[in-house]
Write a protein that binds this ligand. Structure first.
Ligand code: FES
Ligand code: FES
Length: 946
């Protein structure tokens, strides 16, 4: 049907199909409207329709005849104030959700401007912000910005990130918004069963559907197109299923069509005939029936420190089992690719690949029989990745192959339901953990036996979580004896891969639960037990053991000192609240506070606080007893692993206008790499940041590196950029002297004008040692013991992040990571039925935290402990902090719940700590204890299950 409407002031006459949504229509016009679910759940598609904010995925384009639609690109003057506030409050990272927030908050801005603060009668800022989901920021900046706009105040002065202006004005270069002339759309046909023999795939009906141009099965693909499998004894994953279906969501066929809708319709018409088999269940269903040489055990990882813990004479031996569910990254932007093949050049260009461009290029070259130099992977914007994008999935080979085969560009965008089953999962583990301690709670030894759900096929990083879980289980503690074994189990589920803080969130949760249980067993203060075992600066560097990938050697830090600092800070905060009249945190508008944002000093709190930072006693819940909620605070220490090897090279080139081009091999997905690297370069060169131009995708420049993962960009790419800039400055000085100048300063702009343009230097950083950011997470919760509801009331993180390059970026990463970890602790789980069918299709069954669920976050950057600063292997003295916030978050939430309701201590043995699981666990505990009801006070807490 014909349609006439105005979009951002421009008049359009269009044709639309009956089922096209407004979101689809706007995407076709190149408007900055992303989608995260297409089901009205995430709010990322929010635009203004005739002045009202609406979710454009829920509105049919046909309903918009005659309408005026405004997006983040609108010329509305109210947008300037919104953009300024969002930037000042560090309210964006990847920027995928940003157009929605710009649109949403424009309302607030306009009403405030028209009538002043009194005119704002909308919901409080935190609830307003909850209308859109953000996976990156953790919300405090967004809430802060919304509150500032509602109050009609001006944003504080700040230096925006390099990325801000583009993302805030709706000019992000996300793959979904990219189109190429003549492009075809791909739709993948996926297995609906978890395990079956594949008997036949018939694409004939699909090929007869209007608009469908081709359909392919495994028979059409070259044999070389299989995913890497690192020589583990498990099936190599075919790009399209051949003889077996091994997980629900596995690609079986692919349909190419002239439009996304035709491709989707065509895919529905592909007939897949299979004979179901009994699926291989996950580790939570038990593995005692499997012999040690069962082929389902595809890899084993071991860790060993000191003599055997079993030989130590310990007063307490504590053993517990813990279950961690499968979780997944759920970036707001799902995966997507746009591939283009120019046979004459020849050149294959693939938009949307991220994380390991170098590896991906080599894999594509090998699979498609191309010269790697003929493959381009442009670094566009990526709407969050958190480990999931750019790991090799079948589509990463399939879509480029389709473009070559079709001789036309091919676009593939995953929908949310596909993302949940097809993008790799993480975390699914069962732990049997053991602690041995003396009567004073000093650790004598520990052990862990882990079964890790590997999924249906082996991928390059299948064993990563198991490796890191075993390596980091000892954490920040002195542990003289340790043994761990992790076995990876083949199941009929989506293959696994990394998710922010892989292995560490799991290890920290189990470890800290065990320490709390140990304190409970010995009737000691959990804070005191931690104190007695934490490593100090005198222990550094500390060898925590070895794991298959190499030594675990903590480089620097005072773990005990950082913990004491966080405990004092938590105590002082609680004390200040009491002085202020017991107003609980979480009621004010969100902000990330710095060192001066919360009271500091030694606390000897009255009432519920027994001592500095002590956990609150159940006798004095510290909140308002009349509301029936019980409150507890926990401070949990952590050490995270960051940065990882690879030969990293960056190139600095002086340009004719005196600016400097930096070529580097980072692959950003919203972490502010351009801001961080520009600041490193500007500092080393002695020029303003806006005189630096960062280029991340020219593989012919001489820049090289394995990409962005393991929080390595600041440590590895940053140090390579630093080295390149130092070398360029030296070279420029030599050139200047040779040209007759007599000065100590190095004025790059004058040198460039006098003929020095083109001077170039390469910087290299090839150290394979990790850095270990450390600190403590503080979490305060309120718990309704009848309904098993948990409300997080305060979050804080103290972190030694080494030298801080850009404080706003570091604070943002720590806060965002922390909230992602809290979300994992409270909500996230991919559940399966008895046939191993996933029960999740989107945010409805896999909810994420919203702004209303998140309190203020206090990010406290500790001064770097020697010898991090200036250490020879890391000239910048930086530690990677992309994952540090996540690693101890679940541990802190669990400890805080136990502080609030200590009777539940033995019941908390799994994640997520959702009302449903808590209720089941507490009911089971009550049954074991013979108590009549689940409310905390009714359950006598058993000391140990051993
Ligand atoms: S609400 Fe529209 S895409 Fe999620
Ligand atoms: S900044 Fe909100 S989803 Fe990335």
């Amino acid at each position: 049907m014909a349609l006439s409407c105005h979009v951002d002031g421009e008049h359009h006459r269009l044709r639309t199909e009956p089922r096209e949504t407004l979101a689809g229509l706007l995407a076709g016009l190149g408007s900055p409207v992303g989608t995260g679910c297409d089901q009205g759940e995430c709010g990322v598609c929010t635009v203004r329709l005739d002045g009202r904010p609406v979710r454009s995925c829920l509105i049919l384009a046909a309903q918009c005849h005659g309408a005026r639609i405004h997006t983040a690109r609108s010329g509305d003057p109210a947008l300037a104030g919104v953009r300024a506030w969002l930037s000042a409050a560090s309210a964006l990272q990847c920027g995928y959700c940003t157009p929605a927030f710009v649109t949403l908050l424009t309302d607030t801005e306009r009403r405030t401007a028209e009538g002043g603060p009194a005119a704002v009668d909308g919901p409080p800022a935190r609830h307003r912000v909850s209308e859109v989901t953000c996976r990156c920021t953790g919300y405090p900046g967004l809430t802060h910005a919304a509150a500032g706009l509602a109050a009609g105040t001006s944003p504080p002065g700040h230096t925006p990130r390099v990325e801000d202006e583009r993302l805030l004005s709706g000019r992000g270069d996300f793959v979904g918004a990219r189109d190429l002339p003549g492009q075809l759309w791909a739709r993948v046909v996926r297995s609906h069963v978890a395990h079956a023999a594949l008997l036949r795939v018939d694409v004939r009906r699909a090929l007869r559907h209007p608009g469908v141009s081709a359909a392919y099965t495994a028979d059409d693909l070259p044999e070389a197109m299989r995913l890497l499998h690192r020589d583990l004894p498990a099936p190599a994953e075919p790009v399209l299923a051949t003889t077996d279906l091994r997980y629900a969501g596995q690609p079986v066929a692919v349909v190419l069509a002239e439009s996304a809708a035709a491709a989707e319709d065509g895919a529905e018409l592909v007939d897949v005939v299979c004979a179901p088999r009994t699926p291989l269940s996950g580790p939570e269903h038990g593995t005692s029936h499997l012999s040690d040489d069962d082929p389902r055990w595809i890899a084993t990882v071991r860790q060993r420190v000191g003599p055997d813990p079993a030989d130590v004479d310990a007063a307490v031996v504590l053993t517990r089992t813990f279950r961690l569910p499968r979780q997944t990254a759920m970036p707001l932007e799902t995966r997507g690719l746009l591939a283009e093949w120019d046979a004459r050049a020849p050149r294959l260009t693939v938009h949307g690949v991220t994380k390991h461009p170098q590896l991906t290029r080599e894999l594509l070259a090998r699979s498609l029989d191309l010269d790697p130099r003929h493959i381009s992977l442009p670094a566009g914007d990526v709407g969050g990745a958190f480990g999931v994008k750019g790991e090799t999935h079948p589509e990463d080979l399939l879509v480029p192959w389709l473009a070559m085969r079709a001789g036309r560009p091919v676009k593939w965008l995953e929908d949310r339901a596909e993302h949940v089953v097809a993008a790799h999962h993480s975390r699914g583990m069962v732990w049997r953990a053991e602690l041995r301690a003396d009567p004073d709670g000093r650790l004598l030894g520990a052990g862990a036996e882990i079964v890790a759900d590997a999924g249906a096929y082996v991928r390059p990083l299948t064993t990563l979580q198991a490796l890191l879980a075993t390596a980091l289980f000892p954490g920040p503690y002195r542990l003289p004896r340790y043994r761990a074994r992790a076995r990876c189990l083949l199941t009929s589920r989506t293959p696994v891969g990394p998710l922010r803080a892989p292995g560490r969130l799991e290890a920290a949760f189990v470890r800290e639960r065990m320490l709390d249980l140990l304190a409970h067993e010995l009737n000691l203060d959990p804070v005191e037990v931690r104190r007695r075992n934490l490593l100090t600066a005198a222990d550094m560097p500390y060898d925590a053991g070895t794991v298959n990938e190499g030594p675990v050697r903590y480089d620097s830090g005072d773990f005990l000192g950082a913990y004491e600092h966080a405990v004092r800070r938590a105590g002082a905060y609680e004390q200040a609240l009491r002085r202020a009249g017991s107003q609980r945190p979480g009621t004010s508008e969100g902000t990330i506070t710095g060192a001066s944002g919360a009271p500091d000093g030694t606390a000897h709190g009255p009432g519920g606080l027994k001592g500095p930072g002590s956990l609150e006693s159940p006798d004095d819940p510290g909140g308002s007893p009349e509301d029936g909620w019980r409150r507890g605070t926990a401070v949990v220490p952590f050490v995270d692993k960051a940065g990882m090897g690879g030969d990293e090279r960056a190139v600095a080139t002086l340009r004719p206008d005196g600016t400097v081009r930096i070529d580097a091999a980072a692959a950003p997905s919203g972490q502010s790499h351009r801001t961080t690297l520009a600041r490193v370069a500007a500092t080393a060169l002695g020029i303003p940041r806006d005189r630096v131009h960062i280029v991340l995708d020219d593989h012919t420049s001489g820049a090289a590196g394995p990409g962005t993962f393991a929080s390595r960009t600041a440590t590895h790419t940053g140090n390579a950029v630093h080295a390149a800039c130092v070398a360029l400055r030296r070279r420029a000085a030599e050139w200047d002297r040779a040209a007759g100048a007599d000065r100590t300063a190095v004025p790059l702009d004058r040198i460039a004008r006098r003929g020095g343009a083109g001077l170039r230097a390469v910087g290299r950083y090839a150290v394979d040692a990790h850095t270990y950011p450390h600190g403590a997470v503080t979490c305060a919760v309120a718990v309704d013991p009848e309904l098993c509801l948990v409300r997080v009331e305060r979050l804080a993180i103290s972190c030694d992040a080494g030298r801080v390059i850009d404080e706003r970026v570091v604070r943002g990463q720590l806060a965002g990571g922390l909230v992602q970890g809290v979300s994992a602790a409270l909500l996230e789980e991919i559940r399966y039925d008895e046939r191993e069918q996933p029960l999740v299709t989107g945010f409805g069954e896999y909810p994420l935290l919203l702004a209303a669920d998140v309190p203020d976050i206090d990010v406290d950057l500790l001064p770097p402990a020697a010898p991090t600063a200036g250490t020879p292997y890391n000239p910048l003295g930086v530690k990677g902090i992309g994952e540090a916030g996540t690693s101890a978050a679940a541990a802190a939430v669990a400890a805080a719940i136990c502080a609030a309701v200590p009777e539940w201590m033995p019941a908390i043995d799994r994640l997520p700590l959702s009302p449903e699981h808590l209720m089941a666990a507490v009911d089971a505990l009550a049954r074991r204890s013979g108590a009549r009801h689940r409310a905390g006070r009714g359950i006598p807490a058993p000391r140990s299950d051993t």
